[in-house]
Write a protein that binds this ligand. Structure first.
Ligand code: BG6
Length: 517
């Protein structure tokens, strides 16, 4: 589902987007070949691109449009999520153009303007431009200013929109500065701050699951829910991105954006509609309600870790500090776990535990809702001494789906209870073609629906929550790094964070454990 379809009643289902040119800054990078081109190709495959469409790649590398087409034709064979249909690719390929230029050089933008006029004529793209900033963050401002200076950012009978990749700022101050800076050139309605987690079907499904079913919403509050866990565990390390990751760490790389988006979708109040601002208002309210951590809280409610050598999926993994462009005494965290509370009526006294890390035991992104236990009085005279609580697990990836765990009587003459699952797996339903996760986001931007993108205040509120943590961590550099072995579930302090509250981390792997006699 794309929320755009729900928003725009005049928009027929699966109608192609408006005529436009997608200009990708950073077209030689990984994101372009792995995600953006395959996603745009998938949109063409679903008949969601208009006939009047083109893509312009911009980077410094000297290359002709012909070279770019050859390069993309090779890459699509490698990275497409679906078989490449030669006829469709031919249609797509002839809409690819390339411009070599330095992002900081004014001349690049004058030449871009000329090229876009030529493309508009050849493809009838009507002056609508979507700029995708798939570059290093230090270029975001420059590119937007330069576009403004040659008149490529102004809207006047046509639209100009900018998708900005993460990281959006390094902390609250830099995010505010960036927002302020770009707002002198662009209106907020032209800015699409992307978080690729919101392109995932399973993430969009959280809203549908919560607000489209009568069953769960009435119990979605502190009366029934004991706590919420959000886990985004990765088996991969930093994959050659040591230069970037050293300055980011797990909290900036994953928590401030992806995990907070998941938290906001789980915790927000129902929006009055799926209009972009209605949804984003509710997200902001819930992020605003997260109780700020005091320096003392940071010490007791947050955990950071860095992986040392270990075995992941049978392979030896060297420690993080030996990665290229990582300092040999690096203090960057590759793992973090946090306990947060949301100070509103719905979530009073319900802790939200978040954890994410690299080189962990298993790749799994899941949200676990643990419901409160029922009183055991009734079962006092049986052999059951502890009732298992009910869990709902929303599996974001892999094995996308939802499981509900509850207790059932183990057959036999005595009263015994076992945990069983009701399980929904996406693979068993809907039969949809594999996608990159960027299709919906690109399409939504082309039709002007910002529901799944972050507004300036959403991003700043995320930074506001993590800033006190970053401050304390900076003042107290870690002394015990590396403190977990690659291939494990992170440092023992992460387990202690929950054990201290009488709880433990759970994933769907725990849920599907066979019932013990
Ligand atoms: C990116 C982070 O935003 O998300 C990466 O920069 C991380 O470090 C990735 O690996 C995880 O995305 P996904 O879709 O694989 O869960």
């Amino acid at each position: 589902m794309t929320f755009a379809k729900a928003n725009n009643l005049n928009q027929l289902l699966d109608q192609p987007a408006n005529p436009c040119v997608v200009v990708i800054f950073g077209a030689a990078g990984d994101l372009t070949k792995r995600k953006l081109i395959p996603a745009l190709y998938n949109l063409a495959r679903s008949n969601l691109l208009p006939e009047e469409f083109a893509i312009v790649g911009v980077t410094r590398a000297p290359m002709s449009s012909e070279d770019f087409r050859i390069q993309m034709s090779r890459d699509i064979e490698k990275f497409s999520t679906n078989d490449v249909d030669p006829q469709l690719w031919q249609w797509f390929e002839k809409r690819l153009y390339y411009l070599a230029g330095d992002f900081q050089d004014t001349d690049t933008y004058s030449r871009l303007k000329e090229l876009l006029m030529q493309v508009d004529q050849e493809r009838d793209t009507q002056g609508n431009y979507l700029y995708y900033l798939a570059t290093a963050p230090q270029f975001f401002c420059d590119i937007i200013w330069q576009l403004g200076s040659v008149g490529l950012a102004q809207e006047d009978g046509y639209w100009r929109r900018v998708i900005i990749e993460k990281p959006f700022g390094q902390d609250l101050e830099s995010a505010r500065a960036l927002n302020k800076n770009i707002s002198t050139i662009l209106k907020e309605s032209q800015i699409y701050r992307i978080d690729h987690y919101l392109g995932k079907e399973t993430v969009q499904n959280i809203l549908v699951f919560r607000f489209g079913n009568g069953l769960f919403e009435p119990i979605w509050n502190h009366h029934y829910i004991d706590h919420v866990q959000i886990t985004a565990a990765e088996t991969v390390g930093v994959e050659g991105r040591g230069g970037y990751y050293e300055g980011a760490g797990a909290i900036r790389d994953m928590v401030q954006n992806h995990l907070f988006q998941l938290l906001a979708l789980v915790a927000m109040e129902p929006p009055v509609s799926f209009e972009a601002d209605a949804v984003r208002d509710e997200k902001s309210k819930v992020l605003k309600a997260i109780q700020p951590l005091t320096p003392q809280d940071v010490l007791t409610h947050t955990v950071r870790g860095q992986y040392g050598e270990g075995i992941v999926k049978g392979q030896h993994i060297p420690n993080y500090r030996s990665e290229p462009r990582v300092a040999p005494d690096s203090g960057t965290e590759t793992f973090t776990a946090l306990k947060l509370t949301i100070d509103n009526w719905r979530w009073a006294d319900v802790p939200f535990y978040l954890r994410t890390g690299k080189s962990l035991a298993q790749r799994v992104t899941e949200i676990t809702i643990q419901f409160k236990r029922v009183p055991t009085l009734l079962f006092n005279k049986t052999s059951i001494d502890q009732l298992v609580p009910n869990f709902l697990v929303i599996r974001i990836q892999p094995n996308e789906g939802i499981s509900l765990q509850f207790g059932a009587k183990v057959p036999g003459p005595t009263v015994r209870m076992g945990a069983v699952d009701m399980d929904f797996a996406y693979t068993d339903y809907f039969n949809s073609a594999p996608s990159t996760g960027y299709e919906t986001l690109l399409y939504d931007c082309m039709i002007g629906d910002a529901t799944l993108f972050q507004r300036a205040d959403n991003v700043e509120l995320g930074w506001k929550v993590v800033s006190p943590i970053l401050d304390v961590w900076k003042a107290l550099p870690p002394r015990n790094f590396p403190n977990y072995a690659a291939g494990t579930w992170g440092p023992k302090e992460a387990d202690e964070l929950l054990q201290h509250d009488g709880r433990q981390w759970r994933t769907s792997a725990d849920l599907s454990a066979p019932v013990k006699d």
